[in-house]
Design a protein around this ligand. Structure first.
Ligand code: SF4
Ligand code: SF4
Length: 366
């Protein structure tokens, strides 16, 4: 990066206002600016890693030094433009989400993943944003990121003032709760800084109490190895047996700690068609998704974040949820017969990972 713009020649308040307007016109819902000093957050990350709470996310350990300092990641960076983008599909309804979690024959996919892959959506718009800034102020050094590099993006967003860190460790704010994605542009221009927000969790501990696997081990402490989002998405191995029942019918991610959060009564629906749910993922049954062949999985999840976990993990997760349906008194004998038949018929062609989960699931059939 090289500083090619003389910041003193820019009208800072006007530029700041223009940045906000430009972000809005590109579909972002908020924009804040911070510097690169992460302070104590870097030490906390090191402690979290040292305790092994990142599980199999080795990439977090590999780049821990870069993660703790954006200036190491992109030399010359002096500011981080942090943006948020609401992701709730337009048709999402929290009451309906709770009802589906109570129906063991349904397959629950985390709301953020029901539309297009947010990495692509945000990245393209961040690039457009950076180009628009370049047209406005002249050539400058920058790089865009969204959950795509060793960057403490939640901590940067917190410091920039996009929200505060809830006791579930996600960022949230009073205007739109926590259902938004984050993106960043690291720049070498000393743009005006924004201020941090106050915390507003107060005495609430709802997210801690609702967590099915007790993954929030204390306020602001998440053990990823226990978290259903990690277990169903990042974890490449077998789902530990101790967490399988608690997974219920969550087959990709988990929203419970966000659904329960009182601030999410202010959660905003996305205006972007990209985040509208695809292939009925908000209403699908376990049996319907289990019926997808690998080719159908690949084709229907094209352009979706779900495709990245691959067919085997997808089936692994479904098998656990189907085992939980077989064990549930809420599922009728007829539906259990159908689930048992579907699992049994798939056993001989399943890979070792999926076969072990099918066998576990079938033990619940009676
Ligand atoms: S996503 Fe689910 S499992 Fe993970 S911390 Fe939140 S409630 Fe717990
Ligand atoms: S549920 Fe309560 S404690 Fe958890 S993030 Fe929301 S306000 Fe904070």
């Amino acid at each position: 990066m090289s500083l090619s713009t003389n910041p003193s020649t820019l009208d800072q308040p006007k530029l700041r206002a223009w940045l906000g307007e430009q972000a809005e016109s590109l579909g972002f819902d908020d924009l804040r600016i911070t510097d690169t000093h992460l302070g104590i957050a870097s030490e906390r990350l090191q402690e979290w890693l040292a305790e092994g709470r990142h599980g199999h996310m080795e990439y977090m350990q590999r780049h821990a030094d870069l993660r703790s300092d954006p200036q190491l990641l992109v030399p010359g960076t002096v500011r981080v433009i942090c943006v948020s983008m609401n992701y709730l599909p337009p048709e999402s309804d929290f009451d309906a989400e709770w009802q589906r979690l109570e129906d063991p024959s349904q397959a629950v996919v985390s709301m953020y993943a029901r539309g297009r892959d947010y990495h692509k959506v945000l990245r393209n718009r961040l690039q457009d944003f950076a180009k628009a800034i370049e047209e406005k102020i002249g050539a400058f050094g920058y790089r865009v990121f969204t959950d795509s590099a060793p960057l403490m993006e939640v901590e940067l967003a917190r410091k920039a003032g996009l929200g505060w860190r809830g006791k579930h460790t996600l960022l949230l704010n009073r205007e739109s709760g926590s259902t938004f994605f984050l993106g960043e542009i690291l720049v070498d221009v000393p743009l005006p800084l924004d201020e941090e927000q106050d915390e507003h969790c107060g005495t609430c501990q709802s997210c801690i109490h609702i967590c099915p696997t007790q993954a929030i081990t204390a306020p602001y402490q998440l053990d990823a190895r226990r978290c259903i989002s990690y277990l169903t998405i990042e974890n490449p191995e077998a789902i530990p047996v101790e967490f399988r029942s608690a997974m219920g019918n969550r087959i990709y991610g988990c929203d419970d700690c966000q659904l329960i959060c009182p601030w999410n009564k202010f959660a905003k629906r996305s205006q972007l068609p990209d985040f509208a749910q695809r292939h009925g993922l908000g209403q699908a049954s376990l049996l319907h998704l289990w019926s997808w062949t690998e080719a159908e999985f690949e084709q229907r999840h094209e352009g979706s974040a779900i495709r990245r976990i691959g067919y085997s993990r997808w089936r692994r997760n479904l098998a656990v949820a189907m085992g939980n349906a077989l064990a549930s008194p809420k599922v009728t004998a007829t539906d259990k017969d159908l689930i048992q038949k579907a699992l049994s018929e798939s056993l001989s062609s399943a890979d070792a990972l999926v076969a072990e989960h099918i066998e576990w699931a079938l033990k619940a059939y009676n």
